[in-house]
Design a protein around this ligand. Structure first.
Ligand SMILES: [Zn+2]
Length: 340
């Protein structure tokens, strides 16, 4: 099969002919129809993910057709259209058993890092990770559901517990996760201030329903946020950027507000005053990807067209290198998808 292989970190994506992988007893072999490209792919490719090893095939945002299944698999069968969660979890610890498997105590790693991923014509994944896709959802749409829609769905419902009429600031709102977060917040009956850099991303944010947008290339957005909320601050901040926007975000948070941290690609530390946290009863929460139960809920929302997957282009494996270059320059709007 054709696959894009990375032989050394920092090196090129090499299109190679490699053997089709075989499904283990608990796995499914998937004929890859679409694999979305994610910022996380760059982190891995650059050698910044400690437990990744070369050679490696990237690709963890998968949609395809089940080709074959291992002996123990009962939840899916050959011919099923599917998408997959990306975590390799134990299925036995207290977190896995209580529906919080994204914080599995015996975490085994990631699809596309610790197993060969879907920048290839075929890939294998644990069958328990798979959720069926109805015919009405295309494969490119299906490939973005688990990560780009599932991640903000988990963050907004289970972590921020958004209430009707609340005001929500989304940093990095024009990227893949942000574009879907805007739609989810609007669906939940709350208001959105979208923060990102560049008119093209902000235009998309407006189109998706953002009530107000802010170009953060002009710096601190807390003044605008305070104005928007009559001086009160936003009840919820969905922080998709991390260190770079954290100070502005904190200055924009209301008393009793919740900040959910989902993205962290701009630094490794956050500065918050404990006195301010106590005085304001702020909740600063982490949020990690999406559970399988939630993925099924998101698939249903997409099938009902309550949420529209934002796929801004589909490309061949040969075009992945140029996509990565554009992703590095923050030029990608929404999600782009490879069709191996
Ligand atoms: Zn577990």
């Amino acid at each position: 099969m054709k696959a894009l292989v990375i032989r050394e970190f920092g090196g090129p994506l090499i299109l190679e002919d490699v053997p089709v992988p075989q499904a283990g007893a608990d796995e499914a072999l998937i004929r890859v129809k679409a694999c979305a490209v994610d910022q996380f792919d760059l982190t891995i490719r650059d050698g910044k993910f400690p437990t990744a090893k070369t050679p490696i095939i990237l690709g963890h945002e998968i949609a395809g057709v089940v080709e074959s299944v291992g002996a123990n698999v009962v939840n899916i069968q050959p011919g099923d259209r599917v998408t997959s969660t990306l975590y390799l979890t134990c299925g036995r610890c207290r977190y896995c058993l209580t529906g919080r498997e994204t914080i599995c105590a015996d975490f085994k790693g990631y699809v596309g890092i610790h197993t060969p991923g879907a920048y290839a014509e075929y890939t294998t994944v644990p069958a328990v990770n798979l959720v069926k896709l109805p015919e009405s959802i295309s494969f490119p749409e299906g490939s973005v559901i688990a990560n780009a829609i599932g991640t903000p769905y988990h963050a907004l419902t289970k972590r921020a517990k958004i209430q009707l009429g609340e005001r929500v600031i989304i940093t990095g709102a024009g990227g893949g996760v942000g574009a879907h977060a805007i739609q989810l917040v609007k669906m939940m009956g709350a208001f959105v201030m979208a923060v990102d850099i560049g008119e093209e991303k902000l235009a998309l944010a407006r189109e998706l329903g953002a009530d107000i947008v802010f170009d953060s290339s002009s710096g601190d957005f807390s003044g605008t946020a305070r104005e928007w909320t009559n001086g009160e601050g936003a009840e919820v901040i969905l922080e998709l950027v991390g260190t770079k926007t954290f100070e502005s975000s904190l200055k924009s948070l209301s008393r009793g507000g919740r900040m959910v941290i989902v993205g962290s690609h701009t630094g490794t530390t956050l500065n918050a005053s404990p006195q301010a946290m106590i005085a304001n009863e702020w909740e600063i929460l982490g949020s990690r990807n999406v559970t399988k139960r939630e993925l099924a809920e998101v698939v249903a929302l997409v099938a009902a067209r309550r949420i529209k997957p934002i796929v801004t282009g589909t490309y061949r494996l040969e075009e992945a290198e140029s996509l990565h270059q554009r992703l590095r320059k923050q030029e990608i709007i929404g999600r782009v998808v490879l069709e191996p």
